[in-house]
Design a protein. Structure first.
Length: 335
């Protein structure tokens, strides 16, 4: 992209953000109607979903696209007996029907604004599809985004590329994918593979439709990378295939700090305790399990801060060894 145009746009957006901040200050100082603050507190979770933190000099924000309820078994442990899974859930105070989330990472490097994945988009409204609104609430206009990284081709990661009218939600961005992942989801094999997987019919149909409708509009805006390729300085893909043919995790590095965006290496904290559990969405369950264990071991040894796309909001934390497996240690929420 033209860096001069990006800088100009960033300056304009910074001014808009300052105006928003000024307005917010005015509201907090009493310039709003009496019920405004209480109304915000009563808003549903998808309308108050953003969390900021730092990765070295990078400014990071987790923005919620929304949430939805679903049975844990068999979707997230299809290679284990139902009774065994439900007993493990109960022992860890997890209900058999649990709430899933889609959490989008936005990172400002100082030069570029980067978004990782886009949520379900409008197709799963009303509880999903709130990324654009929540970004604006957080003072991050989608028009200001320079790069959108798509970790893999499932509907809950690329559904928010386009809006209901078919336009691009991030109209000025380049779209980054692993080249093998792009080739697969724009080829003629993914539809047969998706239909042969044990996932729910609605998810199969949605995944196929999302690939057909959301990928063609970004064809002229692509930045295709090989596995482990660099997006920009300090941001690179990390091979995590298995859940899809070439799923990528994303490593952010600034100064002496790192954050690894895990994509769908794990879906829930239970997958750390039971890393051999596979999901009905896995393209290759054996490869997915192998890469999950390798990545979890790496971030445990290196004490790397991680983000799980579907982990409980705000979805950042660390992986800690627990016997022969691992456990999730969520980052402390600093208000």
């Amino acid at each position: 992209m033209n860096s001069g145009n990006s800088t100009t746009r960033r300056s304009l957006m910074k001014g808009a953000s300052l105006l928003a901040a000024s307005t917010a200050t005015s509201l907090l100082a009493g310039g709003s109607p009496a019920g405004a603050a209480s109304a915000e507190l009563k808003a549903p979770p998808h309308e108050r979903g953003s969390y900021r933190f730092k990765i070295g000099d990078f400014q990071a924000t987790v923005v919620s696209d929304g949430y939805g309820d679903g049975a844990f078994w068999p979707a997230f442990a299809n290679n284990a007996p139902e009774a065994e899974v439900n007993a493990a859930l109960a022992a860890n105070f997890v209900p058999p029907v649990r709430q899933g989330t889609c959490n989008i990472l936005v990172v400002d490097t100082g030069k570029e604004r980067i978004v990782v994945d886009t949520g379900f988009g409008w197709r799963r409204a009303p509880t999903y599809g709130h990324l654009e609104d929540n970004m604006r609430r957080a003072g991050i206009p989608p028009e200001s985004v320079d790069f959108v990284i798509i970790t893999h081709g499932h509907i809950d990661h690329l559904g928010g590329i386009t809006n209901k009218a078919g336009g691009l939600v991030f109209p000025n961005a380049q779209y980054v994918l692993d080249a093998k992942e792009w080739a697969y989801w724009t080829g003629d094999q993914y539809e047969r593979d998706t239909n042969s997987q044990p996932m729910a019919p609605a998810f199969k149909e949605g995944t196929i439709l999302a690939a057909k409708t959301n990928l063609p509009p970004i064809k002229e805006r692509l930045k295709l990378l090989k596995a482990e390729g660099e997006v920009v300085h300090g941001v690179r893909l990390v091979s995590a295939h298995g859940h899809s043919p070439a799923q990528a995790a994303v490593m952010f590095e600034s100064g002496n700090q790192q954050l690894l965006h895990l994509a769908d290496v794990v879906h829930d904290p239970m997958h750390l305790l039971y890393p051999a559990w596979t999901t009905v969405f896995d393209y290759d369950g054996a490869a997915s399990t192998k890469n999950r264990k390798q990545i979890l071991e790496r971030v445990t040894v290196d004490r790397t801060l991680v983000m799980g796309y579907h982990m409980p909001f705000p979805s950042t934390g660390r992986v800690v060894r627990s016997g022969d497996a691992y456990r999730w240690e969520p980052a402390r929420w600093n208000w």
